[in-house]
Design a protein around this ligand. Sequence first.
Ligand SMILES: NC(=O)c1ccc[n+]([C@@H]2O[C@H](COP(=O)([O-])OP(=O)(O)OC[C@H]3O[C@@H](n4cnc5c(N)ncnc54)[C@H](OP(=O)(O)O)[C@@H]3O)[C@@H](O)[C@H]2O)c1
Length: 205
Amino acid sequence: MGKVGFNMTMSLDGFIAGANDSAQNPLGDNGSHLFTWYSIGDTEYKMPGGDWKFNISAASAKQLDKALSSAGVLITGRRTFDIAGAWGGQHPVDLPIVVLTHNPPQEWVNKPNSPFTFVTDGIESAVEKAKAIAGDKDVELGTASTLQQALNAGLVDELHIDIAPVVLGKGVRLFDELGKLPLVLEQIASVEGQGVTHLSYRIVK
Ligand SMILES: NC(=O)c1ccc[n+]([C@@H]2O[C@H](COP(=O)([O-])OP(=O)(O)OC[C@H]3O[C@@H](n4cnc5c(N)ncnc54)[C@H](OP(=O)(O)O)[C@@H]3O)[C@@H](O)[C@H]2O)c1
């Protein structure tokens, strides 16, 4: 059985997107600074899905390789799904995607070869379905709201956070709506990339 992890880029002051995020402004006001590290390195990195290519440091490439080789499924929320335009049907990580939503989009529900599984009955159910899809591989949570719910339900094993050197001041806060505090962590890795620091923590239960 794999682990339940989390992987996202966060500003130094705790935001995963700026204010006013939308399909036209995907990472919100000033949020593009979060992803600068994907374009300033000297190592070309081709993502498994679609035509996505990044230029990152060798250290960050190693991190991405590690994360992608252990992940078996990604859990996301409906806002990210909509803002990203369903990634045109193929997420850059090219994994099955479990989407938490109150109203599954009918155009995707029965689409042949769709990578999306829509879950309407809560985070526990989403993680259970994701584990069944992932088999021996890891389940990765990829949004703030899904992480918060999974933390509150005690379902998360590890956090992998890419710290971007920017202070956004407002936007979508990662560590919000948490019922079980303090969240005690054990640091398991710290890797310096170019324009980013990759931090990994185990959740002490
Ligand atoms: N920094 C990064 O690495 C990174 C990566 C990816 C995305 N992002 C950004 O993250 C932001 C979105 O994240 P977010 O956390 O605000 O939203 P999110 O998790 O993507 O979506 C939240 C929505 O998912 C649905 N949902 C969540 N939990 C549910 C539940 N238990 N039952 C039913 N439906 C549920 C609800 O939508 P409905 O009620 O409409 O169904 C809810 O409004 C965007 O700005 C995106 O661009 C950042």
